[in-house]
Write a protein that binds this ligand. Structure first.
Ligand SMILES: [Zn+2]
Length: 492
């Protein structure tokens, strides 16, 4: 495996050693390596695109076509579908034409939805490589679809999009990120003069981003005031003989042909169908990182990494989500697509917040991911195979950090006593204040209960010796700042 491989297989039976496939709970993914790899490849594009997009965004805002997503009127609890790329979408998509609530998709689903007569309410573009080529060929100006995106996307997307645009900036859990600093400043209006200037930020809203799109679609739905949430195509597994949904692209756009004196002839769009078949192998194939899910479907480590992202997002969301899919998600309540659409989502019962938290945390515990709660409701996701040792150490370190209210210096106390209000050792004038209040005992009690549950209920947190040597300190995977907790830098 290359260093950029997001996944580290630590199952006891590996593909090389035996003829069993690894399972969902034997897979650990190394989020930090993955994020670092993706970020370094993408950020230069996002910086370049952000520079190129300023004039377009300024024009769209001036025209009243673009605004901060927070300034968009709310949808008052209407139900919403989050669209993913899995094989189940092929079944669901035919029904969505009768859905009256929200449909939030990615650019890759947009034209296929239209082909099936379902108009997305929102297309959410996250990746900097999302470009106009993924949407062109249909007349979007005839739809009410809105684009939800950030200033780092490919410039021709914003230049050509004919409808409204809702804007956000990406929050990657670091207060010193490009998005939180430079990009924010680039997208501002400066008033005043050289002696006294005021910067009004055009894009105030930050959205917590994960490695894949559905978590962000979920947070966008929440921001827009949607209510009960349904998933379609969020499988994170191969099934029904496919590895993803059947896509439709435009071979030739619709045309109006004028021939001599005869009436104009309207020629409809010529569509091109793209199938993505998957044939399950009898035994492991060299070079193919196939694993099996808890419900015995084939999948890849990357897809299970994306599923983990979504379950983590669900933990943050802490509200009911229904799946209409036949993929790897068995943790969420299921409703058939027929019933969901026929009842316009009204028959979906809310589960309690406690149930969502318990269910999502049990899944995460099985794959070695843990949630540490701050007293101010901030949450940290930490991956470790030894929570007893690593989480305790991590929380001790965090809770001993102090910051000077005057000069901003940050330091770590050497003892567990409370140092709030003491004089700053750097500037000598300010007072220091604890940065993160974490109830270590309360967190460890919950985490030990989860460990016990995992021991009893399948999945294993026992790590083979070889892997234990490889695993380093607990890593902060992402430290979402919802609601308002100062992001903690990852792993440094
Ligand atoms: Zn100070």
């Amino acid at each position: 495996m290359s260093t950029q491989d997001p996944n580290r297989v630590i199952g006891q039976t590996t593909v090389e050693m035996g003829h069993n496939f690894n399972t969902e709970s034997q897979i650990r993914s190394n989020a930090d390596i993955y994020n670092a790899g993706t970020r370094s490849q993408q950020q230069i594009h996002e910086e370049y695109n952000s520079g190129k997009n300023i004039a377009t965004v300024e024009r769209l805002i001036a025209e009243g076509r673009a605004r901060d997503i927070e300034d968009e009127p709310k949808h008052k609890g209407e139900p919403v579908f989050i669209i993913g790329s899995g094989p189940s979408l092929d079944d669901s998509i035919k029904h969505l034409r009768n859905w009256k609530g929200g449909i939030i998709c990615s650019p890759s689903h947009a034209r296929t939805l239209l082909y099936h007569g379902a108009e997305p309410t929102h297309i959410m573009a996250l990746d900097p490589f999302e470009s106009w080529s993924e949407l062109e060929g249909v007349d979007w100006s005839k739809t009410k679809t809105k684009l939800v995106t950030h200033p780092g996307v490919w410039p021709d997307l914003l230049e050509n999009w004919p409808n409204e645009v809702l804007l956000y900036r990406q929050n990657i859990g670091r207060a010193d990120s490009f998005y939180a600093t430079t990009q924010r400043n680039m997208y501002s209006k400066r008033e005043g003069d050289r002696n006294k200037s005021v910067f009004n930020f055009m894009i105030r809203t930050e959205m917590v981003v994960f490695a894949s799109s559905p978590p962000l679609q979920l947070f966008v739905a929440d921001r827009l005031g949607y209510g009960m949430t349904f998933l379609a195509g969020c499988d994170w597994a191969y099934h029904s003989g496919k590895d993803r949904f059947t896509e439709y692209t435009v071979k030739k756009p619709a045309q109006i042909v004028q021939t001599g004196n005869s009436p104009a002839v309207k020629i409809p769009i010529e569509w091109e169908r793209h199938e993505h078949p998957f044939t399950p192998p009898d035994k492991p194939v060299a070079g193919q990182d196939l694993i099996t899910t808890d419900n015995k479907l084939f999948t890849s480590p990357v897809l299970i990494y994306y599923k983990k992202n979504m379950i983590s997002a669900w933990r943050l969301f802490a509200r009911t989500i229904y799946t209409t899919d036949h993929g790897s998600v068995t943790e969420m309540p299921y409703m058939s697509i027929e019933r969901a659409v026929a009842t316009q989502g009204r028959k979906a019962k809310e589960r309690s917040k406690e149930w969502v938290i318990k269910t999502s945390e049990r899944y995460l515990a099985r794959i070695g991911a843990w949630v540490v709660e701050n007293e101010d409701a901030g949450k940290n996701f930490i991956e470790t195979d030894d929570p007893e040792v690593d989480l305790n150490r991590w929380m001790v370190n965090m809770s001993r950090q102090y910051q000077c209210e005057r000069c901003g210096s940050i330091g770590v106390a050497e003892d567990p006593n409370n140092h709030d209000g003491e004089a700053c050792p750097v500037c000598k004038e300010g007072k220091i204040k604890q940065r993160h209040r974490i109830d270590i005992g309360k967190n460890m009690t919950r985490i030990r209960q989860l460990m016990k549950w995992v021991e009893k209920n399948g999945g294993s947190i026992a790590v083979p010796k070889m892997a234990q040597e490889k695993s380093g300190d607990a890593q902060t995977q992402f430290t979402p700042s919802v609601p308002q907790v100062e992001p903690i830098p990852a792993g440094d």
